[in-house]
Design a protein around this ligand. Structure first.
Ligand code: ASP
Ligand code: MG
Length: 418
């Protein structure tokens, strides 16, 4: 019997009425002859409320207790959905992370899943019952409750799909799929019918909020087809899947932006072997992930080093770096929160030249200065002044002709030169 893992996001379970319609959809999928595991998020806004509560109780909350608190949102929705299913006469049971058991490391608030012991779920499924799992949470080896980072229910769903060797994972959300960019910024953004794991991975990590990055890593590693779709309208969504040859014909698939990073510059760092290691090792030890790094050409034995971290990690990063700066003999440390990162992503970049220059020219024409650049095989990111984020996204979406509206083609059929 096919096994389907469904995940419903916060807006899909925002009220009892919404949970009732989720229950109907779940039952329908079950009646079609599938084994069904349902992963739920907390009710819309609930996780934010819990985080605010934690921060009001303590300005520097102990992260073990923080996780114990913020994980409760999903306990409510998983139990409610199971209650409603059972009141409909359907056998269903709810499970928290530690009941499944979803074992994570001990990195509170951004724990990573180490393994899933899914025997208990399998038993439930083999009885023909529906398993409802609280998303976003796990348990570490010592039995502490952990959470998987914002948007972590996606990861719960895909990780369960891989542990249970599910045939499909369906992520129900408040948008109809993965778009070429944020439709809130470009109303003509287009829904993609499918996208490769690698592109989705870049999109998610570069700011598209539709799937948590870790969930795409799982999907890719275990080749789980993931469909992102709306829980409100019954239309096909976007299938995240293995690459096929036609995908390379598309130069750029999407434009993303991220306002959640901050830039740190260390001025006049003595340029000698081991300095970078000295700077970045303590950040890693503190679980701070560093994104872009730029080191300038050194002059007279000194260099400037600039990198970006999540805004939420900035104060801790600064604390660490300021302490280090004096140790290594650097002159000063400056931080800038007013930045944004805009990125273009596309498999076609591997085989087509000129994408980078087109991006830089488009930004230049709009008068937007580029502060940092980083590239990979299938993406180019630029850090810019935060106040130009929306303009940059629009300019790039247009430049790569990603919009919905049919564009007038020249009658001669000649391609514009790039
Ligand atoms: N409730 C958590 C959050 O808001 C996890 C999730 O919804 O995926 O981040
Ligand atoms: Mg989400």
């Amino acid at each position: 019997m096919p096994l389907v893992v469904q995940k419903y996001g916060g807006t899909s379970v925002a009220s009892l009425d919404r949970i009732r319609s989720v229950a109907k959809q779940v039952v329908a999928r079950h009646k079609e002859g599938n084994q069904v595991v349902v992963v739920v998020s907390a009710m819309a806004g609930e996780t934010n409320r819990l985080i605010d509560l934690a921060l009001s109780a303590s300005s520097k909350p102990d992260m073990r207790e923080y996780d114990a608190l913020v994980a409760t949102g999903e306990q409510v929705t998983s139990a409610l959905l199971a209650l409603i299913l059972r009141s409909m006469g359907v056998e269903a049971r709810s499970f928290l992370g530690h009941q499944v058991r979803i074992v994570t490391n001990n990195a509170s608030s951004k724990a990573r899943i180490l393994r899933i012991e899914a025997d208990r779920l399998r038993k439930i499924l083999n009885r023909g019952w529906i398993a409802v799992v609280a998303g976003f949470q796990g348990v570490d080896e010592e039995g502490n409750i952990t959470t998987l980072g914002r948007g972590g229910s996606d990861t719960t769903a895909v990780a369960l799909a891989s542990a249970l060797r599910a045939d499909r994972c369906e992520i129900f959300t408040d948008v109809e799929g993965v778009y070429t960019t944020d439709p809130g910024i470009c109303p003509n953004a287009r829904k993609l019918s499918k996208i490769s794991y690698d592109e989705m991975l870049e999109m998610a990590s570069l700011g598209a909020k539709v799937l948590q990055t870790r969930s795409v890593e799982f999907a890719k590693r275990y080749q789980i087809p993931v469909e992102v779709k709306s829980s409100l309208v019954n239309r096909p969504g976007t299938l995240v899947t293995v690459e096929d040859p036609s995908m390379e014909n598309i130069l750029v698939s999407g434009v993303t932006y991220d306002r959640n990073e901050a830039k740190v510059t260390i001025l006049k760092v003595p340029d000698r072997p081991g300095v970078a290691a000295k700077i970045f090792a303590p950040l890693m030890d503190a679980n701070i992930s560093v994104d872009m790094i730029i080191q300038n050409v050194s002059t007279k034995g000194y260099t400037d080093l600039t990198f970006t971290v999540a805004k939420s990690d900035l104060s801790l990063a600064l604390e660490i770096i300021q302490r280090l700066a004096s140790q290594i003999g650097a002159k000063d440390v400056i931080a800038d929160k007013g930045i944004a990162k805009v990125s273009i992503i596309g498999l076609g970049m591997r085989s087509h030249a000129g994408v980078a220059s087109k991006m830089f020219q488009s930004l230049a024409r709009a008068g937007i200065n580029i502060q940092m650049i980083s590239t990979s095989e299938i993406k180019i990111s630029c850090v810019i002044d935060e106040k130009y984020t929306e303009l940059a996204v629009r300019v790039l979406h247009d430049a790569f002709e990603l919009g919905n509206l049919p564009r007038p083609r020249s009658k001669t059929g000649k391609k514009k030169s790039r």
